[in-house]
Design a protein around this ligand. Structure first.
Ligand code: NAD
Length: 469
């Protein structure tokens, strides 16, 4: 018997297989969960397809009320969700509580959104209405860094727009998604929300299925490309939120201490496993040494521990494969630059690495060019604004970026030149359900959040009526 079951067709079901979930802070099994076979993935798609016509007929206000109820249920279960989130993902309990509060807030906002329909002509000659219809069955496929929040990013807009959904979490973080399934069972009509798990073997099965109308995906660029290829046959709709290599550009006029704290927080949130983390800091020559010293001081002071331990600020890396990947980045950083803080694997069970600051690296070095997705921050020296803008833009990614300056106008004029879906001034990862979030270049396709994001879960349809003569 597994500890957590899947939600298929309104029932909590055992898997044809089971899988163990490892706590990355201890490397011990902390739960055994149901895992779907292809037969069960097929059942989930069929349940969603069967539920879709009825769900589209449910008035928007009722669909909104259901999403609000899900937010209420998350609040009512916040403590056990937060604990499970820390145990499966590794993040400190306070961050897990923050993720749950975010999930609630996003759902509450989705529940206020209207499906924007417009009348563009209504006169004696005719009536033209631009309508927005739901698409059908959505496949939501997500990564392991924010398993509860991003599950809500897929479920909320999909069902508000009148679609049904099959959600599949990442294989290493299935628990909170399955707990969400337990809550959804008591709220949504059978089949509207289905949650299945896999061992990294069912994503392609879902995206290839002709009954799937849209794929909402959060994950790596490599997998995003595979999904795009797989979706081509049925011309499925896609929203792809992919990788990033966000630059933080620090101008010469900043308060070093305050800015270092902002950069540090944005680089090491969730142990650096954030699509929108600062992954390369460009610092002006005149303050380069001072900024490196301050970042190193913050890194040395950070408390790295099991996320359930009192006072933990940075937890472990989420899974062994990512841990090995980040350790390889550490070696290349050591080769190419100078490590001024961290750089050590912690001698204990769990996938722990101290937050690491590496200086004297530059573009062309692996730790600068690639997405490390872990607790290593390269700090790069620059002296010319045009040059740093060109270097920031030379990346194949374009998810987020930030410019730090005591002169906001000056910061904005540099921000304006950065090719990125989000560009912040004097902050980073400032996201919200009302703020459109997009990736340019290899960071993604389409938009999430806000009315623009909701529109991507609909199909535009025009009714054009002749009147008079
Ligand atoms: P991943 O692409 O390996 O896996 C993501 C999901 O895709 C998992 O559920 C996985 O099982 C599934 N999957 C694997 N192969 C598939 C296939 N062929 N078809 C369909 N689905 C498949 O990514 P990851 O390693 O879990 O996550 C890390 C990456 O995600 C990083 O690059 C990070 O930047 C990115 N990410 C982006 C955002 C964003 O909003 N832009 C948010 C979080 C993470």
């Amino acid at each position: 018997m597994s500890d957590y079951k899947m939600l298929i067709g309104g029932e909590l079901v055992e898997g044809d297989h089971a899988m163990d979930v490892i706590n990355p802070a201890t490397e011990e099994i902390f739960a055994t969960v149901a895992r779907a076979s292809e037969r069960q993935a097929d059942e989930a798609i069929e349940a969603a397809a069967t539920a879709f016509p009825g769900w589209t007929e449910v008035p928007l206000a009722e669909r909104q009320a259901k999403v609000s109820q899900l937010a209420d249920a998350i609040v009512a279960n916040a403590d056990r969700l937060a604990r499970a989130l820390t145990q499966e993902q590794g993040k400190p309990l306070a961050e897990a509580q923050g993720e749950i509060a975010w999930a609630e807030g996003y759902l509450r906002h989705y529940a206020t959104l209207q499906i924007a329909e417009r009348t563009i002509q209504d006169d004696a000659d005719g009536l033209i209405r631009v309508r927005r219809k739901p698409l059908g069955v959505v496949a939501g496929i997500i990564a392991w860094n924010f398993p509860l929040l991003v599950a809500c990013w897929k479920i909320g807009p999909a069902v508000i727009a009148g679609n049904s959904i099959v959600l599949k979490p990442a294989p290493t973080t299935p628990v909170t998604a399955l707990m969400l399934g337990e809550l959804c069972r008591d709220i949504f009509p059978a089949g509207v929300v289905n949650i299945i798990t896999d061992a990294n073997d069912l994503g392609g099965y879902l995206t290839a299925d002709p009954r799937i109308a849209k794929v909402g995906f959060t994950g790596s660029t490599a997998t995003g490309k595979k999904i795009m290829a797989s979706a081509a046959d049925g011309l499925k709709r896609l929203t792809l939120e992919l990788g990033g290599n966000d630059p933080g550009i620090v101008l010469d006029d900043v308060d070093v201490r305050a800015t270092a704290q902002g950069i540090f927080n944005a680089a090491f949130l969730n142990c650096g496993q954030v699509c929108l983390a600062i992954k390369r800091a460009y610092v002006h020559d005149s303050i380069y040494d001072a900024m490196c010293d301050e970042l190193a001081r913050l890194a040395e002071a950070a408390v790295v521990d099991d996320g359930l331990a009192q006072g933990a600020q940075i937890g472990p890396i989420q899974n062994k494969a990512q841990y090995e990947k980040v350790k390889a980045f550490l070696e290349s950083a050591r080769r190419d630059g100078t490590i001024v803080a961290g750089g050590e694997v912690i001698d204990r069970a769990g996938y722990f690495l101290r937050p690491t600051i590496v200086r004297d690296v530059t573009d062309g070095d692996e730790i600068v060019d690639e997405e490390q997705f872990g607790p290593i921050l390269p700090v790069i020296r620059y002296s010319d604004i045009d040059d740093v803008v060109a270097r920031a833009n030379a990346s194949p990614y374009g998810l987020g970026a930030s410019v730090w300056s005591s002169d906001v106008e000056r910061g904005m004029s540099v921000a304006d030149r950065i090719e990125s879906g989000s560009v912040w001034v004097n902050q980073h990862v400032a996201i919200g359900p009302h703020i459109a979030m997009a990736g340019v270049k290899s960071s993604g396709l389409g938009v999430e959040q806000s009315e623009e994001g909701l529109a991507e879960y609909t199909q535009l349809s025009v009714i054009n009526v002749a009147r008079g003569g």
